[in-house]
Design a binder for this molecule. Structure first.
Ligand code: FAD
Ligand code: 2HG
Ligand code: ZN
Length: 475
């Protein structure tokens, strides 16, 4: 097996020449971008941790077809400019000189059925814009995440993003009803169904959900959207121990039942970073653990009563030590930002090593504790936060600068720990460039080999997002 840290060698793809560029510019004026400043933002990932050398971004699928058919160059679907490119595993930036295909101009909403709640739109729609469009029509998107102002729905589907609402509305594997995908040979696969049920043969769209641009370019998406809840409450609570936090989770499931829409957590180290780097003030007294609980329902009196009873029980049984409730929009947003902005706070703390781990929920914080002990004073900060309701921990370790010795202390320790609990080394961010060679910690060799067969069938020349998702030993 290859060394996980080794940089992949450049594969023998053609290189784009000045003549090629002149040709593209002639047939599609303004859609072939070679401006180094624009390319700079597409060559570097959101975390500023990996950098490619692409000299060419295209805003037009026609260029994609030409590249595929004529040039046998390699293609990466991502975005130029300020939107998209929020992926956290180095999957959305080139490794060498891959051509970057941007979907940013494919940003039209195609249809919305206000009876079924089914939306169809192009892949370059920004998630927040879709949410605003739906809210005006009394609907919401089934997913929400901190990067909503930048990420594209195509990127969300390509990474099978989880986010803050998965507990309530499930994963994109359930809510995405159809996709239109351009295949590696230029064929357009029209599986843009708008049906909730369709068992005619294999469900091909599932192959592209979470495939990180390695099997096809998603151009349109149809997605089932829930009704906008009439009553939303958010509470921010403090717990003394993680055990109490888990008991609070259990209690919330029992007492809030169908109105529970999110159960998220952050530890006191996250709170310290929010205070220090973003000047966000803790809305309650200092505690080792904080919880964000959201309820979404259709009757504010009913929801309020349920929430009141739950909070009373949580307080009297000493599961939570302090808390605050929000019902109005601005306070709801302020409480949510304590959870949503941890990722941003971390970027100000130093170079960040990110781990996105699925575990049996009762084990998730043990990994943070063990990692702290294992690293001693070698790390600047070791923080834990994430989606308790989904058994998904975000373990982040920072250091003043990139630190190969620290990385060697974290990996493979973190992956071995995860595998020993039958966890997943990537719960929701994907494998991209950074995690692909660790796939064997979560998948058996037969499964990885089958993935290789699927890749070879759909992309025999390996031109789609090369060096990503699949491990080097499959190439
Ligand atoms: P990009 O970063 O541009 O691309 C991501 C991958 O998808 C790349 O491999 C790219 O090649 C591929 N891709 C993009 N578009 C297409 C397309 N049209 N067809 C085929 N392939 C394509 N993730 C979560 O799961 N849950 C979270 O809660 C969450 N929160 C985040 C918060 C912040 C602040 C940030 C920065 C990131 C967060 N992420 C989260 C990670 C990230 O996966 C998501 O932000 C998002 O899904 C990526 O969308 P994007 O448009 O930016 O995709
Ligand atoms: C979140 O849940 C995102 O906030 C980002 O998935 C997690 O930055 C991270 O590690
Ligand atoms: Zn997350």
């Amino acid at each position: 097996r290859p060394s996980p840290a080794a940089a992949p060698d450049r594969l023998p793809f053609s290189r784009i020449t000045q003549e090629d560029l002149a040709f593209f510019r002639k047939i599609l004026p303004g859609r072939a971008v070679t401006d180094p400043d624009l390319l700079e933002s597409s060559n570097v990932d959101w975390l500023k941790s990996v950098k490619g050398e692409s000299e060419f971004t295209s805003f037009h699928l026609k260029i994609y077809f030409l590249v595929v058919i004529i040039f046998n160059s390699s293609i990466l679907t991502s975005s130029a400019g300020s939107r998209g490119n929020t992926g956290l595993v180095g999957g959305s930036v080139p490794v060498y000189d891959e051509i970057i295909l941007s979907t940013a101009l494919m940003n039209n909403i195609l249809t919305f059925d206000s009876i079924s709640g089914i939306l169809t739109c192009q892949a370059g729609c920004v998630l927040e814009n879709l949410s605003l469009y739906l809210e005006d029509r009394e609907y919401i998107m089934p997913l929400d995440l901190g990067a909503k102002g930048s990420c594209h729905i195509g990127g969300n589907v390509a990474t099978n993003a989880g986010g803050l609402r998965l507990l309530r509305y499930g994963s994109l594997r359930g809510t995405v009803l159809g996709l239109e995908v351009v295949l590696a040979d230029g064929r357009v696969l029209d599986c843009l169904a708008t049906l909730r049920k369709d068992n005619t043969g294999y469900d091909l769209k599932q192959l592209f959900i979470g495939s990180e641009g390695t099997l096809g370019v998603i151009t349109s998406v149809s997605i089932l959207c829930p009704r906008k809840p009439k009553s939303v409450n958010v509470v921010f609570l403090g717990c003394e121990t993680f055990e109490q936090l888990l008991k609070t989770f259990q209690l919330s499931r029992g007492m809030l039942g169908e109105i529970l829409s999110a159960f998220e957590f952050l530890d006191s180290e996250c709170m310290r970073l929010l205070n220090t780097h973003l000047k966000l003030r803790n809305p309650i007294s200092d505690c080792p653990f904080y919880v964000v609980i959201e309820t979404s329902g259709s009757d504010s009196t009913h929801d309020g009563e349920k929430l009141h009873n739950f909070l009373e029980e949580a307080m009297t049984s000493s599961l939570v030590t302090d808390g605050t409730v929000a019902t109005e929009d601005s306070k709801i947003k302020a409480l949510w930002s304590m959870r949503e902005r941890v990722t941003e706070a971390l970027t100000h703390d130093g170079f960040t090593y990110k781990y996105d781990i699925s575990l049996p929920v009762e084990r998730i914080y043990q990994l943070v504790t063990d990692m702290r002990e294992h690293l001693g004073n070698r790390a600047k900060s070791v923080v834990g936060y994430g989606h308790v309701g989904d058994g998904n921990l975000h373990l982040n370790v920072t250091s003043p600068a990139k630190d190969p010795a620290l990385l060697a202390a974290i990996e493979p320790f973190v992956y071995e720990w995860t595998a020993s609990c039958n966890g997943s080394i990537s719960a929701e961010h994907g494998l991209g460039l950074k995690k692909r060679n660790y796939i064997y910690y979560s998948k058996p060799s037969q499964a990885v080999a089958l993935m290789g067969n699927i890749k070879a069938m759909l992309d025999p020349k390996g031109i789609l997002n090369p060096y990503k998702t699949l491990p080097d030993d499959l190439k």
